[in-house]
Design a protein around this ligand. Structure first.
Ligand code: ZN
Length: 316
């Protein structure tokens, strides 16, 4: 390395797009690229990842970290299952390593985002933390004693299928009221579109009716302007988020709980009801140190940066 600090490439494979960044040990990003996610075959996905790595790679890059949108075998780095991809059970760590010619680390996308928050984000300085990301679905990563919690197989902390609303909407897993359908970013969008249909002349109805492609940001914008239904939606999703966060805090006893993903840009409109419900449901709150519920420190690059940091940490 000629005394130069090493860098890594971090890749975040989402259900619709893949982001890649070149990252130094201090988290500084010096190159970035993105492309659409080929969902049909492992070979096409590997080729896309390798293409992005080639675009951002510099001569000091020592390793590659990849966050995957599903269950990743912690021993082999293989993808076991991803709800948004049309293939499963692919040895992606091995295939990507062969394609890029560098050591590769793979992990679940929320796990690598939790690693970014632990190392350099809102959880910095805390050895025990819980991260939940609200997006198309809901992701969760848990750091215990300075290590990611993987479970026996790598499939731990699938909080998306924790029940937060027993009478709530049906989930693809066959159950009702799973956190991932009741209170993800997608749930905000769905409720926003329904409100716009019910009340087309309301501020939210006009924003979404004007063809705003992202109903989630329309809900935030309308809520900031005082739209009643938009405020109700964020209050409801925030409250259900607090239900899930309290369950995780009661299980894992984290020092901090971190919430990431697009909807967090709504700030206290979402986080205040989440904190209130969290405080109501946390066991014996008066007999333990306070557990802050914080907004994530990294925005949409958390997964890619966390994957790079994990690769650097593992290559030492
Ligand atoms: Zn489910």
């Amino acid at each position: 390395m000629n005394g130069s600090p090493a860098e890594a490439v971090g890749v975040d494979v989402g259900a619709t797009k893949i982001a890649a960044v070149r990252v130094a040990a201090d988290g500084a990003v010096s190159a970035r690229a993105r492309c659409a996610t080929p969902r049909r075959t492992a070979a096409e996905l590997v080729a896309a990842v390798a293409g992005l790595v080639a675009r951002v790679r510099g001569e000091r890059v020592a390793a590659v970290g990849v966050g995957l949108p599903g269950m990743v075998d912690a021993r082999t780095g293989a993808l076991a299952f991803a709800p948004g991809l049309e293939f499963a059970r692919a040895p992606l760590r091995e295939l990507i390593a062969d394609a890029v010619g560098l050591p590769v680390v793979t992990d679940n996308d929320a796990n690598v985002a939790a690693w970014a928050e632990y190392r350099l984000g809102a959880g910095r300085g805390h050895e025990h933390l819980v991260l939940v990301t609200l997006g198309t679905g809901l992701g969760c990563g848990v750091v215990v004693g300075g290590r990611l919690l993987h479970g026996a197989h790598g499939f731990a902390t699938e909080a998306s299928h924790l029940t937060v609303d027993p009478g709530g909407p049906w989930c693809e897993c066959g159950q009702r009221g799973c956190w991932g359908v009741a209170a993800s970013g997608a749930a905000i969008e769905k409720l926003g579109r329904q409100a716009a249909t019910d009340l087309p002349a309301s501020p939210l109805g006009r924003l979404i009716g004007a063809g705003r492609p992202d109903a989630g940001t329309a809900v935030t914008e309308a809520a900031r302007g005082g739209d009643g239904r938009a405020l109700e939606i964020l209050d409801r999703i925030g409250t259900l988020t607090g239900v899930g966060l309290a369950a995780l805090a009661n299980l894992f006893d984290p020092a901090v709980v971190i919430v990431g993903g697009g909807p967090v840009s709504a700030g206290d409109l979402l986080l205040a009801p989440a904190r209130a419900e969290f405080a109501r449901r946390l066991y014996a709150p008066g007999d333990r140190p306070p557990v802050p519920v914080l907004a994530a420190g990294f925005a949409d690059l958390a997964g890619a940066i966390g994957a790079a940091l994990l690769a650097l940490d593992r290559s030492r």
